[in-house]
Design a protein around this ligand. Structure first.
Ligand SMILES: C[S@@+](CC[C@H](N)C(=O)[O-])C[C@H]1O[C@@H](n2cnc3c(N)ncnc32)[C@H](O)[C@@H]1O
Length: 270
């Protein structure tokens, strides 16, 4: 396996990328009732339900070392060394854009967990329009190959039309790219940027120049004038989307409610 990119950029990840409870609630809802879960591109383990067994799949040793619980399989999504239908649900959070073959990896999720797949990704055009750090300071991030993966690709590959918005709280604990939208000075901290792959993959000199502009805009009040409406809201939809897919409701699930199963069946019939 090629040295995974997160071996280089994942150091200190767990410190800035803690699961946010409000985002966790969005992710856990469609996992309710799943007893065996596989988390692909699991990183340090954010958003894994704590009350059920979860098998993590993660290619980077640096990320695996930051996990607090096991079991973990070192592998890539595109080739899961797991049996067909071994799981009730497959989870993939903010990882599909890193995969060399997103469609291949998503087909693998369907193979190992045909009943349910839950994937957190984003609507790229909405994200690029609304996320001010990217739009006004580091538009180069939008040019990275990983940014071409968006919700339409994920929903299409999983055959799902159940796409749920996941707004970002103003004090989001999970420090992904848009997380600090109401705390702009956070982006000036190199360790915050180091836990965001879009920054970590950019030329450091370009990033420094962009951050100098942000610091100047914060000092002069230009940032506040441009983003005034954001200061009045507590959460905002930047385009993060949860795709929920699966070919059948929770047939074998003793804990899933009949309502859950009916809703799920309706959604899956489209
Ligand atoms: C932004 S992190 C997200 C980690 C975790 N899901 C979370 O929400 O904190 C992206 C993860 O995807 C992993 N990754 C990269 N390429 C992968 C691949 N081809 N298959 C599976 N995981 C991959 C990285 O090593 C990294 O841990």
């Amino acid at each position: 396996m090629e040295a995974p990119v997160y071996d280089a950029i994942g150091r200190g990840y767990a410190r800035h990328r803690m699961p946010d409870p409000r985002i966790a609630a969005h992710i856990e809802a469609p996992l309710a009732g799943a007893r065996r879960i596989v988390n692909v591109g699991a990183g340090a383990g954010s958003y894994e339900p704590a009350d059920r067994p979860v098998v993590a799949v993660e290619p980077s040793r640096t990320m695996i070392r930051q996990r607090e619980r096991g079991p973990v399989v070192q592998a890539v999504a595109e080739r899961l060394p797991l049996r067909d239908a071994a799981f009730d649900a497959a989870l993939a959070v903010l990882t599909v854009h890193h995969w060399s073959d997103p469609e291949g990896g998503l087909a693998e999720l369907r193979r190992v967990a045909p009943a349910r797949q839950v994937v957190l990704t984003w609507d790229a055009p909405v994200f690029h329009r609304r996320c001010w750090i990217l739009r006004d300071y580091v538009p180069e991030i939008a040019e990275q190959a990983s940014e071409s993966v968006d919700v339409s690709l994920v929903a299409g590959a999983l055959g799902s039309d159940d796409v749920r918005p996941v707004p970002v709280p103003h004090d989001c604990r999970d420090g992904f790219l848009a997380a600090y939208w109401r705390r702009p000075t956070a982006y000036l901290d190199p360790s915050v940027r180091g836990a965001i792959s879009g920054f970590a993959k950019l030329d450091p000199e370009r990033v420094e120049r962009a951050m100098a502009r942000l610091a100047a805009d914060l000092d002069s009040g230009a940032w506040e004038r441009r983003n005034r409406e954001l200061l009045e809201v507590d959460e905002f939809d930047f385009g993060y989307r949860l795709v929920v897919a699966g070919e059948s409701p929770w047939e074998a699930d003793p804990r899933g409610s009949a309502d859950d199963a009916r809703d799920s069946a309706k959604r899956n019939r489209g």
